[in-house]
Design a protein around this ligand. Structure first.
Ligand SMILES: [Zn+2]
Length: 229
């Protein structure tokens, strides 16, 4: 068994979090760390929540080149339902498909770094709100403590691809088949001020929310924060 000492590699402060956490933020010096097989590795951080934020939560911001290698859409989808029922007949429908793939573009994805049911869907809506995020903290402002970041850097890259697929299915055509790969992936830990309102958790000022019951470790996250105040 390999034991990793959870201290900030920059200033030596002990790092805190929950049992499953893979992402750590040093609330003393503001450096971010991600735990992988080789131990703690540094990760870029954007701290957009202050120590007085009600609920600072960790998110991944992943920037990547998205290559849509193949994107097949079905034409006349509604009329084929009328004509052929729900059966998919490749030979009949083959002529009613067109290729819309073969492009690459850089995209930035934003999504929770803690497990949430329906996470890719939250990522699709949140990624459109990156411009609405509060600014980064200034040099002298006191830093928050965070916990719950149990989505590893590897899983973050996989989730970014799921969100890219989700973005393609959201387009106003009938997507039949897609092949997407991501390259030159850059991952940043983003700490956002969140707030709880009855059953929902609001993400900063984005207007995006999710149900707290969709977060498996919600109680652990709340216990961590209440024990620090
Ligand atoms: Zn530190």
């Amino acid at each position: 068994m390999k034991i990793t000492k959870l201290v900030c590699g920059h200033c030596g402060t002990a790092l805190s979090g929950l049992g499953q956490d893979k992402l750590f933020f040093c609330s003393n010096c503001g450096k971010g760390w991600v735990l992988d097989a080789g131990g703690l590795e540094p990760v870029q951080v954007q701290c957009r929540a202050s120590s007085s934020s009600r609920l600072p939560l960790p998110f991944w911001m992943v920037s990547a080149a998205v290559h849509v290698l193949k994107r097949t859409v079905r034409n006349e989808f509604t009329s084929t339902i009328v004509r052929f029922g729900s059966r998919y007949e490749e030979d009949v429908l083959a002529a009613k498909k067109s290729e819309t793939g073969g492009f690459s573009e850089r995209r930035t994805f934003l999504f929770p770094a803690f497990p949430v049911d329906g996470l890719p869907g939250i990522g699709v809506v949140l990624s459109e709100k990156i411009r609405d995020l509060p600014g980064e903290l200034g040099q002298e402002e006191p830093l928050p403590a965070i916990c719950g970041g149990s989505v590893s850097k590897t899983d973050a890259a996989i989730l970014a691809r799921c969100i890219a697929v989700g973005q393609e299915t959201e387009k106003a055509d009938w997507l039949a088949e897609i092949e997407i790969v991501l390259s030159s992936v850059k991952s940043t830990l983003v700490i956002l001020p969140c707030s709880v309102e009855v059953e929902k958790v609001n993400v900063a000022e984005t207007g995006v929310s999710f149900f707290r019951r969709s977060v498996p470790d919600w109680d652990g996250i709340m216990d961590y924060h209440s024990s620090r105040t």
